[in-house]
Structure formats: C-alpha cells, structure tokens
Design a protein around this ligand. Structure first.
Ligand SMILES: C=C(O[C@@H]1C=C(C(=O)O)C=C[C@H]1O)C(=O)O
Length: 491
C-alpha cells in the first residue's frame, strides 16, 4: 500500500518550499548523479527531482484521465508551507499566495506551486508501456538565477506516518538534509565523463549501434506504404518512426548523457523521467498563470547536408520556406494544434510565418503559438497543463492528418506489421504543479534506457504524398544524432 511504486490511491502529500541560492553555471545538471533523477532543463532553468514520494502508473486510452484523477486527489489532500518555519497546514491548498515566494530581493515568481510532479505518457492508447506520474521527494527548481528547494513527502509512508500523526510536517532544515542524503546516495550508473566521447567521435570502443525492431528495410517499406496510402487519398500526412539500439560496454552514464544534452542542446528541453531521456526542441504545451505556449515544429533539413562555406541560415531559410512539401507539413501541424487549443482559449496568436529554428544537427520550420486560456462557464476553472496535453496529443507533428486515420495507420505499419511499439516516444513528457501550471514537451530526440547497457533510440518523420523513403530514413538518422553523440557514438 505504501510502496511508492505500487500505490494507486492518492498519497497524502505535505511539502515545504524555500528559496535557496544556486551558484555557478548549469547547476541543475550538476544535481544529476545517479540517472534516476527527473529532469526538465532548458538554458539552465527548469527543475530536477530526486527520490520518490509517490508514483502512479496507467495504461490504455484512460491513462490521462486516470493520471489527472490521481494527481487531483493528491493535490486536494496536500498541505504546503510557504517559508521555512511556517507551521504547515493540512487539507488546504494553496496555503501560499499562488506562484509567489519571498526571496531575499523581494517576491519573485516561483517556478511552480508544490506539490510538483514529473510525468511521461505513452504515445498510443493501445501501448502496454505504462505512463507515469512521479512525485519526487526533492525538487530543485531554477528560474533566471533564483532557485527553490521543495521537499515533498507522503504523510502515510511508513517512515513518516507515526510522526505525522503527532503533527510533524516537512520543514526547510529537513529539506536540506534530505537533499544532501539523496545526493550522497550511491548511484545506479557511474557519472564518469570519460565514458562520453567527444562530439565528433564516429565510433566508440565502448558502445555499438545496432538496428532496432523496425530496421532500415522495414522503415523504407513502412514509409513507402504510408506514401501509397496518402496518394490513395486515405490521409494527408503520416509520421513514421523507427528505433535503433545502442549497447554499451560500461553501464550507461545517464547523468553524463543528460549533461551533454543540456550543454549542446541548451535551446531544447532536456528531459528525464524514469528512464525516458532526451532533449526535445518541440513544446507541446506550457501553461503559466493562465497563459499557454506551444512551439510547433514540422519541416526538417539535415545540417550535415548544407553546402560548405554557405550562409547556413540563408540556405535553410531558402530550402525550407520555398519547399511546398515542408510548408504543407508545417501548416498541418499548426492546424492540428490550434483547432484543439482554440476552443479552450479567449485569444490565440499563431505567427503568420514560421521561423527557422537552428539546432546543432538540423534546421526546422518552427512556429510559436501563444494563447490566453479561457475560464470555463461552470466553476471558472482554466485548463491545466495536463488537461491540454491530453487534448492536444498527438499533434500532426508526430501523428498525422486526419489524426485518427494516422494513428490507426501508425499502429498498423509500425506495430502490427513490424513489431515496434513507440512506448513513451513522441508522447507528452514534462512536469505539472498544484496550480495547473506545467510544461509538456513532445518526447523526441530521445531514448529509453532499457537496462544498464541498453538504450533504445527513436526518431520519425512526417510523410506526405511527395515523400521519398530514402530521404526520410536519412532524416531519422539526423534526428538520432544528438543522442548518439551524447552516448559517444555517431550514426
Ligand atoms: C517525429 C520527430 O520529429 C517531428 C517531425 C518533424 C518533421 O517531420 O519534419 C519535425 C519535428 C518534429 O515535429 C522526431 O524527431 O522523431
């Protein structure tokens, strides 16, 4: 019952949050020691979660509803404390002025209102891979030089139950102590930087890349079948993905890989939740105090194919903007988002023209969408980050148009006929708080750590009537490059 791994009834959470200076550069990444930490980091901002106060798993079409119910129960029963030393209250939330904690320099917006959870959801309703919501014991969050330490406990857990009955609640001192304990605990993998080869290494004696369940031949035939279905008028766009496996001689250095991604792909959201790791350039939805933001990507150009000596951005702009296929794919992805987001907003702004997002491996056509969330007529509640992730997933960027036809064809081509399940790849991954804020990226440019020596990478491409299977295969390799490099390998 109290095992955080197996409990399905909501925990009785209590938390304390206090301001806590962080120093130096990229200090969130330095908290990654064992590979078991949760992470959400971009340009050094974000949060890292250590330990587990509670965890929830769900599969099937109801996975989002089940997760929301569990999380709402946990939040409604939660008690928080604003500042060190303030007596904690039970059964009420929020006990702090929403989103504002006092810092030495005066009130600054906090990253989140505790309790805070990380979450990752399977792409497909039919996937047997469990979606997960994890409430870490410790969350360190950082925003533009300000940082907070949150300690979250389940008052019903065996180690807290007796003292909780006497009125004990987490406090700031205990939070520091718990952080120190968790940082000092032995890891699951060595954090040896030496294991990570330099970014230009083409091979590594310590790691090998092998084909996945859906091998190159299988991918070419799946894309060809997708193109045929599109040309036959069954659908307009389909995203076809494949997997690849990296085997390492030494245990996979997850903190090293994540550290590498936060540095090389600082503009992406580096994520880690229960073995799902990567750095995604695509924001499904971010909710912050009633405002929603998304970054839609579709349309890709491999940077390694750019002519030498040319002005890369001008080249990419020309190639992506003037390519009908890329523009079409991009517009379908934006439409799939705005059609579903629109009804939940009071205003919505999508850029008229996309821009070119430059990443170390590829260029993308990108569009940022901003919206003011509407209050519902009954109760005045605005959609939470989790609500929106559920409504928006899967967008045409990772599924296709029309959505249901594309999802069914993905299941047929990738899974039924070729045996690959996307699992958590291309599903929403991120964090959420007690006030409905949160960020869910799309779990792209990543991998699943299957065991100490095995990492499974995934990548896919949008396919339209004009797509060439060989070109799409090459694009999947470009999309796997960040993970391969971080693992000390290159495709
Ligand atoms: C499906 C992936 O990427 C998506 C597909 C894109 C495309 O087809 O151009 C671009 C960005 C992402 O929306 C992936 O990285 O695996």
């Amino acid at each position: 019952m109290n095992n955080p791994d197996h409990r399905t009834s909501a925990p009785r959470l209590a938390s304390v949050t206090c301001a806590r200076p962080l120093s130096g550069e990229n200090t969130l990444a330095e908290l990654l020691r064992t590979g078991d930490e949760c992470a959400w980091i971009r340009f050094g901002n974000g949060m890292v979660g250590l330990g587990t106060a509670a965890r929830f798993h769900a599969t099937g079409p109801e996975r989002f509803d089940a997760a929301r119910q569990w999380w709402e129960d946990a939040v409604n029963g939660a008690a928080g404390t604003e500042l060190p030393g303030t007596p904690a209250l039970t059964g009420t939330i929020p006990v702090i002025p929403p989103h504002t904690l006092h810092h030495d320099d005066g009130p600054v917006p906090s990253a989140a209102t505790a309790p805070i959870a990380f979450a990752a959801f399977a792409f497909d309703d039919a996937s047997p891979v469990p979606s997960v919501v994890r409430v870490p014991e410790i969350v360190v969050s950082a925003v533009d030089g300000h940082a907070w330490l949150t300690w979250q406990v389940d008052l019903d857990a065996p180690e807290h139950r007796a003292r909780a009955a006497q009125g004990w609640r987490p406090d700031a001192e205990g939070a520091e102590q718990r952080l120190a304990e968790l940082l000092g605990s032995p890891g699951t993998g060595p954090a040896s930087a030496a294991q990570i080869a330099g970014p230009d290494a083409r091979t590594s004696p310590d790691a090998t890349l092998t084909q996945g369940v859906l091998d190159r031949e299988g991918y070419l035939s799946a894309v060809a079948a997708g193109v045929e279905a599109i040309r036959a008028g069954r659908l307009t766009k389909l995203v076809v993905a494949r997997d690849a496996v990296v085997k390492t001689a030494d245990p996979v250095d997850v903190p090293g890989v994540l550290g590498e991604l936060t540095t090389r792909y600082a503009d992406c959201w580096t994520y880690s939740v229960d073995g799902l790791i990567g750095a995604t350039p695509e924001m499904l939805i971010k909710v912050e105090r009633g405002q929603a933001r998304a970054r839609v990507l579709a349309g890709t150009l491999d940077r390694s194919g750019a002519p030498r000596g040319s002005d890369g951005t001008a080249f990419a702009t020309r190639m992506l903007f003037e390519d009908e296929k890329q523009r079409h794919e991009h517009q379908l992805a934006i439409d799939s988002l705005t059609e579903r987001l629109g009804p939940l907003t009071q205003s919505l702004d999508a850029h008229q023209e996309p821009f070119v997002l430059e990443l170390p491996n590829v260029w993308h056509l990108a569009s940022d969408v901003t919206a003011q969330l509407a209050r519902s007529t009954e109760g005045g509640r605005r959609a939470s980050a989790l609500d929106l992730a559920q409504v928006l997933h899967p967008t045409a960027a990772v599924c296709g148009t029309p959505r249901d036809e594309a999802a069914a064809l993905i299941r047929q081509l990738e899974h039924t006929e070729r045996g690959m399940d996307r699992g958590l790849y291309a599903g929403p991954v991120g964090w959420m708080d007690a006030a409905g804020n949160g960020e869910f990226g799309i779990a792209l440019r990543g991998a699943v750590v299957e065991d100490e020596h095995t990492v499974r990478l995934y990548a896919g491409c949008g396919v339209v009537a004009a797509s060439d299977p060989e070109a799409e295969l090459a694009e999947t390799s470009a999309k796997m490059r960040p993970m391969l490099q971080a693992l000390g390998l290159r495709d």
